[in-house]
Design a protein around this ligand. Structure first.
Ligand SMILES: Nc1ncnc2c1ncn2[C@@H]1O[C@H](COP(=O)(O)OP(=O)(O)OP(=O)(O)O)[C@@H](O)[C@H]1O
Ligand SMILES: O=C(O)C1=C[C@@H](O)[C@@H](O)[C@H](O)C1
Length: 283
């Protein structure tokens, strides 16, 4: 079943200053010093507005179309862009602009199940000319093509976690990768030791939206959500809240946090999470 989604890709985030360019030009990275913080506040924005073009200064939402069948998401033309605006080209240009400052460090995307790590990770890797890896898929390969669900059922979670750590260990010696990590990769401190070789980005998405996305595709491939009874949304919501309570602090170890809620608020969207969509405020 194909799931069409629409999301702003503007990312408002914190990034450790030592991890990334101090003065990049262009809208992919906006620098802003914040009082009392030894960090730079950067607006990482995929809308890539030009600083020179006044008409582009306001945030512009991009639409992302993706499918539940692992088909790479494609960027579609935004309603708010000038008609001639080719955001794919601009995304590419801006990525090329910042890419040297990343010093070939890997980017690790962390976040709860359904937060969009794979969807965003593919787009990011393509834009940066990096390779993309999904750590769950690498674990499946390492265990002879067994699915994550089968690994949990046959060998248990701790076996899965050991393999996850081993995969992250191997990746940590590599460069120019965007890695979509498993939702639980953050719980083991040793995994952070590996991920800290690169830049980690936490996709922080409200529980309601996560549960809605997961309910839309089912919990079959997500063993930690699969065993509870009830309707798909309620089941996903309940399990995800427990997991988030346990893991919230661990996700916060990431170098950067991308909060969908904050982004929606900044863009003037009122979150209407009951249906998983963000609606623009009227008036
Ligand atoms: N911004 C979005 N809005 C709505 N749905 C989305 C969005 N991003 C991703 N999705 C949908 O949510 C589901 C999960 O997305 P994705 O696989 O990218 O997340 P993930 O963080 O990699 O999940 P997991 O850790 O469980 O593998 C997919 O069905 C995808 O189509
Ligand atoms: O949140 C989690 O613990 C998990 C998320 C998935 O990506 C898989 O890594 C696995 O299903 C466990």
């Amino acid at each position: 079943m194909e799931a069409k989604v629409s999301q702003s890709l503007q990312l408002s985030t914190w990034i450790d200053s030592e991890k990334i360019v101090r003065n990049p030009s262009g809208p992919l990275l906006f620098l802003r010093r914040c009082k009392g913080q030894q960090r730079l506040h950067m607006l990482v924005s995929c809308n890539l507005q030009s600083r020179k073009a006044a008409t582009w200064r306001r945030p512009i939402a991009l639409k992302v179309s993706c499918s539940s069948k692992n088909i790479p998401a494609s960027l579609l033309e935004s309603e708010s862009f000038p008609e001639t605006f080719d955001e794919a080209t601009i995304l590419k240009n801006k990525s090329e602009e910042i890419e040297p400052y990343l010093s070939a460090q890997c980017i690790y995307i962390v976040g709860m199940m359904g937060s969009g790590k794979t969807t965003i990770g593919r787009i990011l890797s393509e834009a940066l000319g990096y390779s993309f890896f999904d750590s769950d898929k690498l674990i499946e390969l390492a265990v002879g093509g067994t699915t994550v669900t089968e690994i949990f059922n046959l060998y248990g979670e701790s076996f899965f976690r050991d393999n996850e750590t081993e995969v992250l260990h191997k990746l940590s010696s590599m460069h120019r990768l965007v890695v979509s990590t498993g939702g639980g990769a953050v719980i083991r401190p040793i995994n952070w030791k590996y991920m800290q070789k690169g830049i980690s980005v936490w996709l922080d998405v409200p529980l309601e939206a996560l549960a809605q996305r997961i309910a839309a595709v089912g919990t079959g491939s997500r063993p930690l959500l699969h065993h509870k009874s009830g309707d798909a949304y309620a089941k996903a919501f309940k399990c995800l809240s427990t997991l988030l309570e346990e893991r919230g602090e661990a996700y916060a170890n990431a170098n950067a946090r991308v909060s969908l809620e904050n982004i929606a608020a900044k863009l003037g969207y009122k979150d209407n999470l009951a249906n998983g969509k963000y609606n623009r405020k009227k008036g």
